[in-house]
Design a protein around this ligand. Structure first.
Ligand SMILES: Cc1cc2nc3c(=O)[nH]c(=O)nc-3n(C[C@H](O)[C@H](O)[C@H](O)COP(=O)(O)OP(=O)(O)OC[C@H]3O[C@@H](n4cnc5c(N)ncnc54)[C@H](O)[C@@H]3O)c2cc1C
Length: 418
């Protein structure tokens, strides 16, 4: 039996993105006195998905009622706005338009109206003249306006979570890549690339693009593989063409929302992201290849099923990725005035998308636990929006796993922080 002092911490979180840091933050809030350590391989927070995205606080309108995405996004959006307000983090609740440019999209747009109302969201239907009142340069047959969508600086949110964790006595260690996990009857021991060993009662895996790999290091079968999809952006040279947030009607076959126009908190307008297979999990450039990672993706049967099923969609995305004029033509459906010269390349992001063995794209958030471990295996968009409720749920599971070792969180035991 390990003594309390023999553990370096009670809960060890791998990953200093918004999900890992929100989990650590939730632990310090719901069970004060719990010793929490976050290990992040980069030299600061939010260097991957969290710091390379559209920065949109999603309303939750897209997600099926009852799904974790719907529950956590609707609640999470409101909580995140409150968190940003409380901590002075740049944000704005601007509302957004979802615009149909083709009559074939109208039934799907109407279905979104119904769904939004089921979620209790403020949704208004707009005709072409009303679209022009909100966005004079945008063209569409019909649109809906969702009032609770906004924008914020997710990097600043993640950094604030980290600051709150350390202020509560937790540790956030950067430059600490976990390379081995040893599960024992008493808990887990992890080893970092520089040879440090950290022992904990429970391991929480929030490793984003590497979450399946970390699960396997721990000896758990994730049942899915992360297939990385790069999302490329352009910055609009004439930001005055777009006032707020403008989205196309999404294709329900895919978890991606389609190329959108986003005015961020700093006033710049970004156009993107598309969705093309990445040849490395952190492959932000078109030519970035990691042969071992690519081989892993190709060895997963789900990748081939996915390619066979959706090759037409994939070919279109690839074409628009390689040809700026094809990308511009696609954007012109929403914003007819835009020209190739208006589009300046901007940094890309890579989505961690879990794919099952049969090629199914895992749509909902996926959290699994096993003895001494909790794994976040699929946390794509809108996980940044939903980070506060996701963090609380992961923290709840981690505390249950810790209690299974006979441990009681200090606050529960003594009623005060220790
Ligand atoms: C192009 C794009 C656009 C998006 N737009 C939006 C949006 O507008 N709104 C929204 O809500 N969501 C959006 N998302 C989704 C959102 O960014 C993600 O859901 C969210 O950032 C996931 O956070 P995370 O902490 O799980 O992952 P990450 O931010 O990727 O963090 C995982 C961390 O784990 C670390 N790590 C990995 N392996 C190890 C290891 N072995 N040891 C130590 N550390 C390790 C990594 O370095 C990384 O920092 C978008 C995503 C992309 C890619």
């Amino acid at each position: 039996m390990m003594t309390h002092a023999a553990y370096d911490c009670d809960v060890l979180v791998i990953g200093g993105g918004i999900v890992g840091l929100s989990t650590a933050y939730a632990l310090t809030r719901t069970a004060p006195g719990t010793r929490v350590t976050v290990l992040e391989k980069e030299w600061g927070p939010a260097r991957h998905q969290t710091g390379r995205n559209s920065g949109v606080i999603h309303s939750g309108i897209y997600y099926p009622p009852g799904s974790l995405k719907a529950r956590y996004a609707v609640r999470g959006a409101a909580e995140l706005v409150e968190f940003c307000r409380e901590h002075g983090i740049a944000h704005a609740v601007t509302g957004k338009l979802i615009v149909a440019t083709d009559s074939g999209e109208l039934p799907r747009l109407h279905a979104l109206v119904q769904r939004g109302r089921k979620h209790g969201l403020p949704v208004r239907e707009l005709g072409p003249a009303q679209i022009a009142e909100h966005e004079p340069r945008v063209r569409g047959l019909a649109a809906i306006r969702v009032g609770t969508t906004g924008v914020c600086d997710f990097t600043a949110v993640a950094a604030r979570f980290a600051a709150e964790v350390t202020a509560s006595g937790g540790q956030v260690r950067y430059g600490a890549e976990v390379v081995a996990v040893d599960r024992r009857p008493w808990g887990v021991a992890v080893r970092t690339a520089d040879g440090q060993v950290v022992r904990a009662r429970v391991l929480v895996n929030c490793a984003g693009l590497y979450s399946d790999r970390v699960a396997r290091l721990a000896g758990d079968d994730p049942g899915a593989r992360i297939v990385p999809f790069r999302g490329e952006y352009y910055e609009l040279a004439r930001p005055e063409l777009v006032r707020g947030l403008v989205y196309p009607v999404p294709d329900p076959a895919f978890p991606f929302l389609g190329v959108h126009l986003t005015r961020g908190v700093d006033g710049t307008v970004h156009i993107g992201p598309n969705a093309v297979p990445a040849l490395a999990r952190e492959g932000y450039g078109r030519t970035a290849v990691r042969p071992g990672e690519l081989a892993g993706t190709l060895a997963w049967p789900g990748s081939w099923h996915l390619a066979r099923r959706h090759w037409r969609y994939g070919a279109g995305e690839l074409h628009r990725s390689l040809s700026k004029s094809a990308f511009t033509r696609a954007v012109q459906r929403l914003l007819p005035e835009v020209t190739e010269a208006d589009l300046r390349p901007s940094p890309a992001g890579v989505r961690a998308q879990a794919v099952l063995r049969d090629g199914t794209l895992v749509d909902d958030f996926l959290i699994r636990d096993a003895p001494h471990t909790v794994h976040v295996l699929n946390a794509p968009s809108p996980a940044a929006t939903a980070s506060l409720p996701i963090g609380r749920e992961v923290a709840r599971r981690a505390l249950l796993r810790a209690r299974a070792t006979g441990w009681t969180p200090p606050a529960v035991e003594s009623g005060h922080c220790v």
